[in-house]
Design a protein around this ligand. Sequence first.
Ligand code: AMP
Length: 431
Amino acid sequence: MSFESLGLMPELLRAVREQGYEHPTPIQEQAIPIVLEGRDLMGRAQTGTGKTAGFTLPLLQLLAPHASSSASPARHPIRALILTPTRELAMQVEESVRTYGKYIPLRSTTIFGGVNINPQTKALRAGVEIVVATPGRLLDHQGQGNLNFSQLEVLILDEADRMLDMGFIRDIQKILALLPAKRQTLLFSATFTDEIKQLASKFLKTPATVQITPQNTAAELVRQIVHPVDRERKRALLSHLITSRNLEQVLVFTRTKHGANRLSEQLDKDGINSMAIHGNKSQPQRIKALEDFKKGVVRVLVATDIAARGLDIDMLPHVVNFELPQVPEDYIHRIGRTGRAGTEGEALSLVCVDEARLLKDIEKLLRKDLPKNVVAGYAPDPSIPAEPIQTGRGGGGGGGRGMSRGPRTSSSSAPRGASGRHPSRPSTRGK
Ligand code: AMP
């Protein structure tokens, strides 16, 4: 199968060629023709499957014929809205829009919280056809009268399951109420839970369904290994693995922001250049960390789940679960960072006695046991008892401690992140 046979226009084929893509990925093969037909679509695909190009390419083609007809810069109504759970994902999706849309005269912008609102307002007022936004900040702009969706043709919900996990459901409903009923709607999600199906049945019209099962990606492309180790020796083991195996470009996952910071500092002390990326970091800090990592200046990027969602890093060779995620599906998301688009990757999990149940849950989801490999010199001491896992939030056992200035677990239902505020916050002052 070639991109040409999918019916994409020459401008897009040229951009795709420049990216060096030879063949469409399965999700692209399936989704592109459906979207081009103008149908609603429910796509089950995780990050790493090529889903972004799967919706961005046909979207650009759908919008393209009208693009050059609006002569005046003021005549650029919003024609497509892409909602994402996090600012990183919004940035990366928009980067894809720019990359694939290089030869098509359409304007796009990102809207997300945690940064000054004024440049966004300016961009919206100047006119853009494609808006990539996190829900909260988008509603802030709505409150300020900066948005007009009367010409909207296409709505895309990206990582819809994550948006629900993060508590954005009410914001999403509010946004949907602002959009014309006659539109094309695409929904992408790593899982099709009942909640997602409910959302889809409410807002999508007889959608086509496309599924790329995460199990296949994880099982087939990523070599997964569990290294049993004591809780207190994980850091030493990680440094040992990185230096002894000379690993480069390692993405390491921790459960909490504090954990990410601590680990990053420790790695630096061990002479391993690293950076932490999480919700408490400013936008410029995150961008810098990601760029340095992509360039190879930073050898290890330590991330929480939410911060890592949607990070666009090609062919990442190594992912390390420094701590297993609380939610088994997050394991799949994490290892989806490696073995992307056909390249082999490796996912190492450093697992201590406290995480036995989490590991079982993950193996249940994968429907297979993961190979265990004790690293010489790091065998766990069987006399060490299990301890409750610190998630950094008050949940779990219902303790509620440590929450006041709290690092939250990254895979929880805690609303956060993307727009930098809670969905339930007081609404913005209308101006
Ligand atoms: P995504 O799942 O959208 O996050 O994309 C995962 C990665 O795969 C991105 O870094 C893309 O640049 C890359 N990619 C997307 N489509 C293709 C393709 N057809 N061939 C090779 N790489 C691709």
